[in-house]
Ligand binder design. Structure first.
Ligand SMILES: *Cc1c(COP(=O)(O)O)cnc(C)c1O
Length: 360
């Protein structure tokens, strides 16, 4: 049972939930990174098999909701190499649904080809559109066609899975952490670093931490355009998620949005463009601790932590890094697959060079 449901059993009766992952995810002390402070990682890398990372927590709620609505298909959104779109494709198939992925262009990197090939191994239907407005129109056309064909529209899961319901997955994650603090002797973190994309992860963690009475400062490190990741949006998502939980169980605490702010300085040129600081952080964590980070999200989040460490701002503190990236190898699933079986617009990610800082 989820940690959140153990504390608020009425929520288990009210909210759609389908187990997909392996909980709790481990917490590990990163001993070699610093002698000045205690740095831990909460590692969601193997949150699920065959594909881990932060999206599994959201999909347990979102796919259960689609099933409860009687859907046979879900539709979701992302860039070509979206971890969220891949996770949705994999776990939708697991629960007997089919995923329609509406994808848009992004800067090329090796993981884009890997994720596309892994999606090809599922029953997902992949569509490519050249930009956002075309993707919106395209998704409406696909949806209307499905309605005409089978009398049912696909259930829409927003990009990143960051609806209020998906965000509940990360409220639970904070309760899971609180149990590990209580039972496993883990010290209460003074500060928590996590990558900020569509904000469900950070908004859910903040709400969950405060609902548990933990005073941990949250440092979400923005890796997306400020139109997508910003404090107003984070507050809205926090409040919508709080309202959803309190409607399901009025005893869930009403905790105000108490927040220090988003970290903006690691963003770099744009989304999914790797940065020198991020790649240096990636190499350092790989060498010292055997922790695998990637350039789009987790390396930039770790770069913020290392910059604070370097500046002496973390002396004597307990620091937690939330690893949101999949740690499972997709190689076995994609062996023998041919990218030519993908829609032709995706072939460019296999044929054109990757960005210069890509080492992965
Ligand atoms: C999606 C994603 C994030 C961002 O999570 P949001 O809830 O969208 O803010 C962080 N890290 C990785 C690896 C992701 O795939």
């Amino acid at each position: 049972m989820l940690a959140l449901f153990r504390r608020y059993p009425a929520l288990a009766a009210e909210l759609p939930h389908r187990p997909l992952g392996t909980w709790p995810t481990p917490v590990r002390h990163l001993k070699r990174l610093s002698e000045e402070c205690a740095i831990y990682v909460k590692d969601d890398g193997h949150s699920g098999e065959p594909y881990g990372g932060n999206k599994v927590r959201k999909l347990e709620f979102l796919l259960a909701d689609a099933l409860a609505q009687g859907a046979s298909e879900v539709m979701t959104f992302g860039v070509a190499g979206s971890n969220h779109a891949l996770a949705t494709a994999i776990y939708a198939e697991r629960v007997g649904l089919r995923c329609i992925s509406i994808l848009t262009p992004q800067r090329n990197a090796r993981y884009v080809a890997r994720n596309l090939l892994a999606a090809l191994a599922t029953n997902a239907e992949l569509h490519h559109y050249p930009n956002e407005p075309a993707a919106v129109r395209g998704s409406q056309a696909v949806s209307a066609r499905r309605l005409a064909e089978n009398g049912l529209r696909p259930v829409v899961i927003p990009g990143g899975g960051s609806s209020a319901l998906g965000t509940v997955g990360f409220v639970n994650a904070a309760f899971e952490l609180a149990e590990q603090i209580e039972n496993a002797g883990l010290p209460v973190p003074d500060k928590l670093y996590v990558a900020l994309g569509t904000m469900g992860t950070a908004a859910g963690l903040l709400l969950g931490l405060r609902a548990c009475g933990l005073k941990t400062l949250l440092a979400p490190v923005r890796v997306v355009h400020p139109d997508i990741g910003n404090i107003e949006g984070m507050r809205r998502l926090y409040e919508q998620t709080s309202a959803l939980l309190r409607a399901a169980d009025p005893s869930f605490p009403d905790v105000p949005f108490d927040f220090d702010g988003i970290r903006h300085e690691q963003y770099g040129e744009r989304y999914a463009v790797f940065t020198p600081a991020g790649m240096a952080a990636r190499r350092r964590l790989q060498e010292l601790e055997g922790l695998r980070l990637e350039g789009t999200y987790t390396a930039k989040a770790m770069a913020a932590l290392l910059a604070d460490l370097e500046a002496g701002a973390l002396k004597g503190q307990t620091v937690l890094f939330w690893n949101t990236y999949n740690g499972a190898d997709l190689g076995a699933r994609t062996a023998g697959l041919d990218y030519h079986d993908l829609p032709v617009e995706f072939h460019t990610y296999f044929e054109r060079p990757v960005q210069p800082l890509d080492e992965d």
